[in-house]
Design a protein around this ligand. Structure first.
Ligand code: FES
Ligand SMILES: [Fe+2]
Length: 366
């Protein structure tokens, strides 16, 4: 595994950079390492702030393959959604509101603060410390519209993790945007193929997305990388076609935050893409749509906007699946990056490498 990790050279500047070897994208063992080294170590979006409005509201989901519940208690709290008795999932996956968290197996009851309150038919158990048998807590923090969870107790706080991105979205007043709906896509490709495609600085836009290209002033497409994020921005065209009318405002902003969050912003319109690995060759992409609360964002506008994003996604999906097949072929191992366009991918690959090396060195010490 170390050999495979070090087959990527993070020291090369962009103009000389070479992509990670294709085994990073096809090998199942590598994918497992990635789960521990990347997904279990970084802050990941696990829900939305608007899903927790009242005491007892919860989101039962998965983070890095672990069952997690986020709940509105005296404050927002998160726990492993695993009963301390015989490990059953305490709260059924999904969202809802509850007064207490009762395990559906033998009825152990936990408070919203995770403390174990009652253990029916358990009298006589010796050396059983109820106070030390609460749900195991997990770090959770909110930023803008999202709830992030981090499984690593030693990771930097969310604000430091996000770095200069933390304050960068303030001018967009995301509070004015309301969640509309989620659409999910299962793709036959590694999650990094999707992220690489997102981060190619618009390189593929004129070739692959002829429709979207007409809504952008492509020659002014810019890429800025900093900390753990990349911003791609581009002025929008003033055409009056089907796409341009739902991609309003002066500029498109496409933010990516390592490892798997993408935020696409137009005026009054936002969608996020969250990439979740399902295996080395499959991933799920959640598209969450948000719109401004101004009446000009009518139902018809929203429908058209989602339709446009869906069309672009279908074009991306086909090419991602094609890339995945190519990565598994005998003809390909590594490729080069466009110095003009692909700085985002360069940052992504270096961050992946750093986390993989850190995780491996930790393993060697213990
Ligand atoms: S496993 Fe939860 S009460 Fe038994
Ligand atoms: Fe695309």
């Amino acid at each position: 595994m170390d050999e495979l990790i070090n087959a990527y050279n993070p020291a090369l500047p962009l103009r000389k950079a070479v992509t990670p070897p294709s085994a990073w994208y096809v090998d199942e063992t590598f994918s497992k390492l990635e789960n521990d080294a990347i997904f279990a170590k970084n802050w990941l979006v696990a829900g939305r702030v608007d899903q927790l409005q009242s005491e007892g509201d919860y989101i039962a989901t998965e983070v890095a393959g672990q069952p997690i519940v986020i709940v509105q208690a005296d404050q927002i709290r998160a726990f492993y959604n695993v009963c301390r008795h015989h490990a059953a999932q305490v709260i059924e996956s999904g969202t809802g509101c509850t007064k207490a968290m009762q395990c559906p197996y033998h009825g152990w009851n936990y408070g919203l603060d995770g403390k174990l309150h009652s253990t029916p038919q358990f009298a006589g158990a010796e050396e059983f410390d109820k106070d030390a048998t609460g749900l195991v807590p997990v770090r959770v923090a909110a930023w803008e519209k999202w709830l992030f969870v981090c499984l690593d107790e030693n990771a930097d706080p969310l604000e430091e993790f996000l770095g200069s991105l933390y304050h960068q979205l303030k001018p967009f007043n995301l509070d004015n945007l309301k969640f509309h709906k989620r659409v999910s896509y299962d793709l036959d490709c590694n999650w990094k193929v999707f992220v690489d495609n997102y981060l190619d600085g618009g390189y593929h836009v004129p070739v692959l997305h002829k429709g979207l290209n007409s809504a952008l002033e492509y020659k002014h497409y810019r890429v800025t990388t900093k900390d753990r994020h990349c911003l791609q921005d581009c002025p929008t065209s003033k055409k009056q076609d089907d796409i341009s009318t739902v991609r309003t405002g002066d500029k498109a902003h496409y933010y990516w935050q390592y490892p798997n969050l993408m935020i696409n912003l137009y005026e009054g319109v936002m969608d996020t893409n969250i990439a979740i690995p399902l295996s080395s060759t499959r991933c799920r992409i959640y598209f969450d749509y948000y719109f401004g609360d101004d009446p000009k964002y009518t139902e018809a506008f929203k429908q058209q906007s989602v339709k446009v994003a869906h069309q672009v996604q279908i074009e991306d999906e086909d090419i991602c699946v094609s890339v995945q097949r190519g990565l598994a072929s005998n003809a390909y191992n590594t490729g080069r990056l466009s110095p003009e366009k692909e700085a985002g991918e360069h940052l992504f690959h270096r961050l992946l490498h750093q986390d993989l090396v850190t995780a491996r060195s930790g393993l060697h010490i213990s």
